[in-house]
Design a protein around this ligand. Structure first.
Ligand SMILES: *Cc1c(COP(=O)(O)O)cnc(C)c1O
Length: 491
């Protein structure tokens, strides 16, 4: 066992310390060069510098007490107002800043659950009806707050049938939810139809625009066609939008908006019994960092509408160029809809193993976001990617050709593990294996797993058998005319 790290007996000199830290990043994904196709929304050093300085002003501030830090409350109010204005919120529109999309969604689910408890107290097992591609934060919220998720299948084109959603609504339904766009494949759900359903059934509707909130409005202005998704749609009662995505703020900033206070009030928490005093809090956190609020305010102000539109145009051009290049690779197919700056591709049936292609891209220095159901690669496209699209496409063509010539790569490297995880029919087994990996990562030594070894360590024959079994089960099902489940469907 390596000895446990401890606080040094005497403090270290800041200069060499910080120099050493800068080198810590050498093995992280190189987002500054457009090598990452997810996680980071980078618009250059000049903007990062604005964020750094804005956040530095508030590095020690605590937004927990808005009376003590009135300036932070004022900036939060203005970020909420700017977001409401951009998303066509009515004059009554209200909301709060949160530390991220997940917190925004957790809070929305909590608010609607508590609203239902007040208005329909007889409901014992409340549920939310949403397309199967709804963000996993809803699973987390359902898990935390004791709500069921009723998911509706979505086709390879990313489209949900609103009538199928209507059929999943029952008397315990407390909320409808949909995405603008879905993270997995970039399609904006048919929000107008789902809004009409919400109105018909007297249900609230949350639109998860965590991804799209700060880019769809500008894409719309550039003429990109997509379903209407914001407060203009009757029936939409709340929208979440992440400032730390296309708002180009530093991480830790999102906004959750409601049509009026009748919804937002159910998000709040008040306790009066504590010896530490009367305690009121709008969100999940207690102490709230001031930096992300200041950074979000500075980002919106520094970008301006013209800045956002310019970056949206570059990101859109990069996405379109990427889509065009992928269309020309016969083994690959685009999934979803071109409603946004997400490009997702899978493979034509039995063409090549996609996870092996992913390994090849990774070896060529690209950040790769692997998805399942169906196996696919997700690219969140940013302006920073525009200069490297051609290089990416060249590497992608080479990767596909290489895997075609070496099909055995499907059972090696990380492809073995991802392939197996995708094909093991018992999801409980997969879940247990992932928990074991987490226990290792968060164990006393904080050991990182070797994903490439973890496929192989199951024993080559086992990996092969599972991959084989999965393929055979699928073709057997097709032979007997069994409808093979749609790829984005729940099991
Ligand atoms: C990113 C994202 C979320 C979750 O946001 P985090 O900031 O990662 O917590 C939710 N929904 C969609 C569609 C997203 O893209």
């Amino acid at each position: 066992m390596t000895p446990r790290t401890r606080i040094p007996r005497t403090g270290r000199d800041p200069a060499p310390l910080l120099a050493e830290m800068a080198s810590f990043r050498d093995h992280d994904v190189r987002y500054q060069e457009g090598r990452s196709w997810s996680l980071v929304y980078y618009v250059g050093e000049a903007h990062e510098d604005v964020l750094r300085q804005a956040q530095a002003l508030y590095i020690s501030a605590n937004a927990l007490n808005p009376m003590a830090f009135r300036s932070l409350k004022q900036m939060e109010t203005e970020v909420v107002q700017m977001t409401a204005e951009m998303l066509h919120g009515p004059p009554s529109c209200v909301g709060t800043m949160t530390c991220g999309g997940t917190e925004s969604l957790l809070l929305a689910v909590k608010a609607y659950r508590d609203r239902a408890r007040r208005r329909r107290p007889w409901i014992r097992r409340p549920n939310i009806v949403a397309p199967a591609t709804i963000h996993v934060a809803f699973d987390k919220a359902a898990h935390y707050f004791g709500v069921n998720l009723r998911l509706v299948p979505v086709g390879l084109d990313g489209q949900v049938d609103p009538r199928a959603m209507a059929r999943r609504v029952n008397r315990n339904t407390i909320l409808l939810a949909a995405s603008a766009p879905q993270y997995a494949n970039g399609a904006v759900d048919p929000i107008p139809e789902i809004g009409a359903l919400a109105e018909r059934r007297g249900l609230p509707l949350h639109v998860d625009a965590c991804f799209g909130g700060f880019i769809q409005p500008w894409l719309e202005r550039l003429g990109v066609s997509m379903p209407q998704f914001d407060f203009r749609v009757p029936g939409v009662t709340s929208v979440s939008a992440d400032v730390h995505k296309y708002g180009y703020a530093a991480k830790g900033a999102s906004v959750v908006l409601y049509r009026d206070m009748a919804y937002l009030k159910h998000q709040f928490f008040v306790a009066t019994r504590w010896s530490g005093g009367i305690y009121a809090s709008p969100g999940v956190l207690g102490a709230r960092p001031g930096g992300p609020i200041a950074g979000a305010w500075a980002s919106l102000m520094a970008m301006g509408e013209d800045g956002f539109v310019a970056k949206a145009r570059e990101a859109w051009d990069a996405a379109e160029k990427l889509r065009a290049g992928i269309r020309e690779i016969p083994q690959l197919r685009l999934l979803g809809q071109p409603h946004s700056t997400i490009v997702t591709y899978g493979v034509e049936e039995r063409a090549v193993d996609l996870y092996a292609v992913a390994d090849q891209l990774q070896e060529r220095g690209w950040g790769v976001d692997r998805q399942q159901r169906p196996p696919s690669i997700h690219c969140t496209v940013n302006a920073a990617n525009l200069p490297v699209v051609d290089r990416y496409l060249a590497d992608l063509r080479a990767a596909v050709a290489h895997v075609e010539a070496h099909p055995e790569l499907a059972t090696e490297g990380e492809a073995a593990m991802y392939g197996m995880m995708a094909k093991v029919p018992v999801r409980g087994l997969v879940g247990r294996r992932v928990l074991e990996v987490m226990e290792q990562m968060y164990g006393p030594e904080g050991e990182m797993p070797d994903l490439a070894a973890s496929g192989a360590e199951q024993g080559g024959p086992v990996v092969r058998a599972v991959l084989d079994w999965g393929d055979r089960a699928i073709s057997a099902a097709k032979r007997v005319g069994h409808r093979v489940r749609h790829p984005f469907e729940e099991p």
